[in-house]
Ligand binder design. Structure first.
Ligand code: SF4
Length: 272
């Protein structure tokens, strides 16, 4: 990638969440880029999958944010880097006070690498810290080209067993694990995130396998456990999409504590 002036580049986003506290350190603005190469059974954001703006169906308009109001009948709008930065800049005081910043999430933000790189670069030029929430399904060269503008990668690991990974996400986990090792070797700041989906990713075998992988292959000792909730189910109905995760069990506090303890005992710092 080149580093030409890119403020007028456009990317497609489908949401922008202010005052987010679960997408990295401090108070953050999370920008949700459209498009995802995975197709997870439990996905909370089915509207993120398609890379293009799509009919809103019965989904409610998100909020009164001019940046997202190009066309109220569509999910997803094209925004320029300039327009995005003008919006996120409004909360720079909150970022500075709390150690927060901007998180680029998705979907998979690396599906729009040019826009992502330009937006990250523009944030840094404003003194805004950045995080990228990634599935790891991207060319390593794309990750490498923007890593110097990223203060933290939030890196999802879902399933270590590749057959199960293919079944429940639609893709192999090989590239995800390879990229993680390369990123770790390159010294990029990474926090592992594990979505805990009852009976799928939240099993003794899977969590033990992730533990062992991180212990044996990396020096990464910080994990974030993301409890499952079924709030995304109604979105499937509104978008007339099939929701394949019919179980709606939610982990109890005791179960979450047991999961936390499993990682703690192995020397991990655990965030829930
Ligand atoms: S990676 Fe995330 S956004 Fe993509 S399908 Fe899975 S849960 Fe949804």
């Amino acid at each position: 990638m080149t580093t030409i002036r890119k403020q007028t580049l456009t990317g497609v986003i489908y949401d922008l969440k202010k005052y987010a506290i679960h997408d990295g350190p401090g108070i953050r603005t999370t920008v949700f880029l459209k498009g995802c190469p995975l197709n997870c059974w439990w996905c909370h954001n089915p509207e993120s999958r398609s890379p293009n703006p799509q009919p809103r169906g019965n989904m409610r308009p998100i909020k009164n944010l001019p940046l997202l109001q190009n066309n109220q009948n569509l999910i997803g709008v094209a925004v320029t880097v300039d327009a995005l930065i003008r919006e996120v800049r409004k909360d720079i005081l909150f970022f500075d006070e709390s150690g927060g910043g901007v998180t680029f999430s998705g979907g998979e933000p690396l599906l729009q690498p040019w826009f992502l790189q330009a937006a990250l670069q523009a944030c840094h030029a404003e003194g805004i810290r950045t995080a990228v929430d990634t599935t790891g399904v991207a060319a390593f060269e794309a990750i490498e080209s923007l890593a110097s503008f990223v203060d933290l990668f939030l890196y999802d690991i879902k399933l270590l067993d590749n057959t199960l990974h293919r079944k429940y996400t639609g893709v192999s986990n090989r590239l995800i694990l390879e990229n993680l090792l390369k990123m770790h070797r390159a010294g990029y700041p990474i926090r592992i995130r594990i979505p805990l989906i009852p009976d799928i990713t939240d099993t003794m075998e899977n969590l033990q396998a992730i533990c062992d992988f991180l212990l044996n292959k990396t020096g990464l000792r910080e994990v974030e456990l993301l409890p499952y909730n079924s709030m995304g189910k109604s979105k499937y109905e509104r978008l007339q999409m099939e929701f394949r995760l019919q179980k709606h069990t939610i982990q109890s506090e005791t179960e979450m504590e047991a999961n936390r303890e499993r990682f703690r005992q192995k020397g991990f710092q655990v965030v829930i």
